[in-house]
Design a protein around this ligand. Sequence first.
Ligand code: CO
Length: 210
Amino acid sequence: MQKTYERLLTGNKEWAKNKLKDNPDFFKTLKLGQNPEYLWIGCSDSRVPANEITNTMSGEIFVHRNIANMVVHTDMNLLSVLYYAVEVLQVKHVIVCGHYGCGGVLAAMENKDHGFVNNWLRNIKEVYNKHHKELEAMTDFTARSNRMVELNVIEQVHNLAKTRIVQKQWKSRQLEIHGWVYGVDDGMIKDLNVSYSDIQNVEPIFRYDI
Ligand code: CO
């Protein structure tokens, strides 16, 4: 009998065969290198696969995912991905994409002890605390948690704009940052219209003289 994980390996064979059927040069082209136009910072949630929900192909999106799509300024993993994407790959757009019903955001909105994960959720709690008046004015829990998901994305977009990595790019070229939210229940992405394309909207104390 086939073990459950083996389904992935047989699935891979099937996928590779179909790709070659559609385009005999598919892997030959990918082998030459990658030239993605986008960096995607999304949630690790299995229901939000970057390429699938944007109908894009291998090679089109450079991807970083973590719990609740966070941009934490001490996270070496995120910073390394961001640096490589903008400095070397020269992506033109950085997209933070959250999703409604995000387990990480929901967990940060309550007081339950999540052990080690508390350290990560702490960053999301800071977002809640910053906006607690607006959030607590909403009596409907779903409305409040949906708004919290949006505010969390918006704050991560701000966090990207505060990095030297992004600000250095703005000195010499166009680089846009966007904040989106995906609806797991309808498959639709909503643009929160919080984009940055220069340092003008960055709060003065976070601007670097590069
Ligand atoms: Co999530």
